[in-house]
Design a protein around this ligand. Structure first.
Ligand SMILES: C[S@@+](CC[C@H](N)C(=O)[O-])C[C@H]1O[C@@H](n2cnc3c(N)ncnc32)[C@H](O)[C@@H]1O
Length: 279
């Protein structure tokens, strides 16, 4: 070993010798994030539930992920993603409802759907009769789910979505034609889930994101799921509750991570729990 390598291997001395090189390489990443953060501070009104688009490669990975999880061809899933990307009526509905809403301090005029395009493709692929989404906030996910259900209905597969939210002002985007296939149940989510009487084909957890509350939602919904139901967790980047539920009930568990485009937020996730037909 040369004398420089010997010094570099030494504690404290090594990091000090490499300081300039390491500073330059790491600060490139931080500088980019800082710029995105500054842009967002000046250009966005969002205070929570940030919206963004996904990187192109991340959308293709999402299609591959959903193709594996649903056992449908990649091209079919890509077709559904194209459908939602090009849904002009949905975009203008979201824009006009956002402009007219009381939530205006918390919502930007630009429509950015992020992982919800994956929710759309999942509903198009699975053709569920009943979707339940806990925690609707403005209703962005709910209206995307409703758009998929309207397309399914055109194709001869009717279905509906129930959203839940504790906030009586939540869900304003679920309106017009989209409200034909959806409804928000106001009140505590777990109480609303207890009241469900029909089998649930797709369950989406996105309400109170504490681990304890998330676990209790899975416990309550467990007995209401149809045999081939899918569970979508929006929180698996933060808790392991869906993973644990799937391990305990013999379900497959798969995970997709969002990569936001030009946003400082590190991204959320889609995790899925389901009985794997091939195993
Ligand atoms: C992350 S947001 C939901 C985002 C939404 N799914 C979307 O696609 O944009 C979480 C929502 O859960 C609601 N929430 C929090 N605790 C709740 C509870 N105990 N019962 C029902 N809703 C709750 C909040 O009011 C908030 O609107």
């Amino acid at each position: 070993m040369g004398s420089v390598e010997k010094w570099i291997k030494m504690p404290v001395i090594g990091p000090v010798l490499l300081l300039g090189y390491r500073y330059r390489t790491a600060s490139g990443y931080i500088k980019q994030q800082r710029q995105r953060f500054r842009d967002w501070l000046w250009k966005s009104n969002e205070t929570t539930n940030y919206t963004f688009n996904l990187e192109g490669w991340n959308e293709r990975y999402l299609a591959a992920f959903l193709s594996e999880a649903t056992n449908r061809p990649y091209e079919e899933i890509e077709g559904y993603l194209d459908e939602i990307r090009n849904d002009v009526a949905l975009r203008s509905h979201i824009e006009s409802k956002t402009a007219a809403s009381d939530y205006v301090m918390m919502a930007d005029p630009e429509v950015r759907l992020g992982k919800r395009i994956g929710w759309y493709a999942l509903v198009r692929a699975l053709k569920p009769q009943l979707v339940v989404e806990t925690g609707v906030d403005k209703g962005l996910g709910t209206v995307v789910l409703a758009a998929a259900l309207l397309k399914n209905r055109q194709d001869g597969f009717p279905g509906k979505v129930y959203g839940t939210d504790i906030n009586p002002k939540a869900g304003y985007l679920l309106d017009g034609p989209y409200a034909e296939v959806g409804q928000v149940l106001y009140g505590d989510s777990i109480e609303s889930l207890r009241g469900l009487t029909e089998p649930v084909d797709l369950f989406i957890n996105d309400s109170d994101h504490s681990a304890d509350y998330e676990r209790r939602e899975y416990e309550v919904i467990a007995e209401k799921l149809s045999p081939g139901a899918y569970i979508l967790g929006d929180n698996a980047h933060a808790t392991e509750e869906l993973f644990r539920f799937c391990r305990a009930t013999g379900r497959a568990f798969v995970f997709f991570r969002e990569q936001p485009k030009n946003h400082w937020y590190p991204g959320g996730a889609i995790s899925l729990g389901f009985f794997n037909k091939t195993s």
